[in-house]
Design a protein around this ligand. Structure first.
Ligand SMILES: [Cu+2]
Length: 265
């Protein structure tokens, strides 16, 4: 009877699909995970309701953040009010020093590129943008402005995350970006790249679509959430935010353009 019960019970569990344990979750290849589960070396998107602190960060045309150093506790969720006190565009992008340097190099290389991740705030002159971030790992991280030239001019700040316990288990993601062996004499046009991704935003008026995608080798682009343009707005008719899609993208005169897109089941 006991054996019978066990089988029955496991059968029921499989059917009812309750909350999965961590171990099971890893094996479950669910492509449409919510943003908040995306774990970076420096934390993850924070739940605004759980923000325990608010920090005001001011950005100026002197290429400085004020304050330029923050101390937070591991596990803490911080609501950042990023204020642009200058006359030009600035941004506050969180990351490891390595990631910020890569990002900065990429921004130099692809000047027309726009991307949109939960750990970045693009702030127009005079405006304030809100970003909520949870610092899940202890260590030293940074925030930089990746508008071309700004990071290089010293527009960078440091976040010290104090460890909650002695445990220090930090996974450093290997940097796959930047194949410097690649021919540098490539024209602005790229070969078409076919990829899969998840739609984050559809803006028909601006003819733009935001897609979270994996590495796009042909466009020399690492995995990120990126804003693409479309030529024909009709392309956006069949898709909406949250959809898994297969798409084709090209770099056309410096802009990243989606030329084909279709939902995948
Ligand atoms: Cu800036």
């Amino acid at each position: 009877m006991k054996i019978h019960h066990a089988i029955l019970a496991s059968g029921l569990i499989a059917f009812a699909r309750p909350a999965l344990s961590h171990d099971e979750e890893k094996h479950e290849k669910k492509p449409d995970r919510p943003t908040s589960v995306d774990e970076k070396a420096f934390g993850r998107e924070g739940d605004p309701k759980k923000a325990s602190r608010t920090m005001n960060i001011q950005m100026s045309d002197k290429m400085r953040f004020t304050p330029a150093e923050l101390i937070v506790k591991q596990g803490e969720t911080v609501r950042f009010y990023a204020k642009n006190a200058g006359q030009v565009m600035h941004e506050m992008v969180l990351g490891t020093m390595e990631e910020l340097k890569e990002h900065s190099a990429m921004m130099q290389k692809h000047a027309g590129m726009e991307h949109d991740e939960p750990y970045m705030a693009h702030v127009a002159p005079g405006k304030t943008e809100i970003m909520v971030w949870q610092f899940t790992e202890a260590g030293e991280f940074y925030y930089g402005c990746l508008v071309p030239g700004h990071f290089e001019a010293g527009m960078i700040g440091k976040v010290k995350v104090a460890a909650k316990s002695a445990r220090a288990s930090r996974h450093t993601e290997s940097a796959t970006f930047g194949n410097s062996g690649d021919s540098a004499s490539r024209a602005s046009e790229s070969p078409a790249q076919v990829a899969e991704g998840e739609i984050r935003k559809v803006d028909r008026d601006a003819k733009k679509i935001t897609i979270k995608h994996g590495p796009l080798d042909k466009l020399e682009m690492p995995a990120m959430t990126m804003v693409f343009q479309v030529r024909d707005v009709a392309l956006l008719k069949t898709v909406k935010a949250g959809d898994r899609v297969k798409f084709e993208a090209e770099k056309i005169s410096g802009a990243f353009v989606v030329t084909k897109i279709e939902p995948v089941q």
